[in-house]
Design a protein around this ligand. Structure first.
Ligand code: IMP
Length: 174
């Protein structure tokens, strides 16, 4: 199957501008807190790397890897394949996601983090596809709301490809 990613949905400069806004807002909101950013591997890595450099207050970085997709576009079971080590006491955890689609992954993750008894848990997602939602989840910081399309680039993949694109594109099988 040939793939066409020519349709750019969000440009590199739009992404960078929005990340600067999110970083400023997060810096303000967590000024008096104990911020810990939790990067959801692998899709959020590019967003995470840019976002932390737009946050001006002290922060800790942690990483978690979930298995939810099997090289395709249909969701499967969710589980942590690389979990959190260490104590979350007093941490204000901000989960950094690439995209919220059905909401199942985020629903699992918020429960997982809450069980580790942090001070607070909030969510920041670069993209939100609300039309696909199956479970209700709260996203405290949203980069962009997008229509119901499968997107790649800026960390998001299809079969582990396209993560290196500096923009978000709609993937069209041709
Ligand atoms: P959810 O559990 O359905 O909300 O799916 C969340 C995860 O599915 C994301 O973290 C992505 O890894 C993946 N995903 C959902 N939609 C897309 C997409 O359009 N492109 C790439 N990955 C996606």
């Amino acid at each position: 199957m040939k793939l066409d990613v020519s349709s750019i949905l969000i440009t590199e400069s739009q992404i960078q501008e929005r990340i600067r806004e999110l970083g400023a807002q997060i810096s303000k909101d967590y000024e008096a807190g104990n911020l810990m950013l939790l990067c959801v591997l692998k899709g959020a890595i590019v967003f995470f790397a840019d976002l932390i450099r737009c946050i001006s207050i002290p922060l800790r970085c942690e990483f978690i890897q979930l298995a939810s997709y099997n090289d395709g576009t249909e969701p499967s079971q969710i589980r942590a394949i690389q979990g959190l080590s260490g104590n979350l006491n007093h941490a204000d955890v901000l989960i950094i996601e690439d995209i919220v689609d059905t909401g199942h992954t985020l629903n699992f993750l918020v429960d997982y983090v809450k069980r580790l008894k942090p001070e607070s848990v909030k969510v920041c997602s670069l993209l939100d596809k609300p039309s696909r939602r199956q479970v209700s989840v709260t996203i405290d910081y949203v980069g962009f709301e997008i229509p119901n399309a499968f997107v790649v680039g800026y960390g998001l993949d299809y079969a582990q490809q396209y993560r290196n694109l500096p923009y978000i594109a709609i993937l069209n099988p041709v």
